[in-house]
Design a protein around this ligand. Sequence first.
Ligand SMILES: [Zn+2]
Length: 199
Amino acid sequence: MAQLTESVSRLIDNLAKLPGIGRKSAERLAYHLLRVHKADALALADAIRDVRENVRYCQSCFNLAEGLQCAVCSDPKRDRTVLCIVEQPRDVMALEQAGTYRGLYHVLLGRIAPLDNIGPDQLTIEPLVERVRAGQFREIIMATNPTVEGDGTALHISNLLAEYPVTITKLARGITTGSILEYTNKEILADALSGRQKF
Ligand SMILES: [Zn+2]
């Protein structure tokens, strides 16, 4: 291979660490960034820097936030008696885009996955139980992904919450088993929310 300058090869090495980007794609992206306007390339660098410096997890629900609380938790118009449990911040985004849900969220930051050595302790289950114990919720909606691991996680949590006086529901299975929340279209997601059933 022809000699690359040190900074070009450093860029390629870093791009190649991204999920789904192999060495060839990393090279293509690096050359693309060298060809576009300098301002466009630097805007990408700034966006990466900003997101890492300013975005953190909401202290209440673990959604992404710029500040202590996320946009949902800090919205006074949300219904604070309903809590929807999801695996990832991107699931919050999918449900928000469906546009029908007005309650709060709790983001687990993963799912229980024994094969990947991910146990309940690595998720935000403890703060979730704390929130439920505090007693403001009348309904908890399980919206983990309809996969074996997502279902197992929902079951584990519903067992933990069984002692509290809340109704536990789950999304209706308009969502095909195995499909991932973030890729489900808005209409189906809205139906799954409105048709939710007792867990
Ligand atoms: Zn929040």
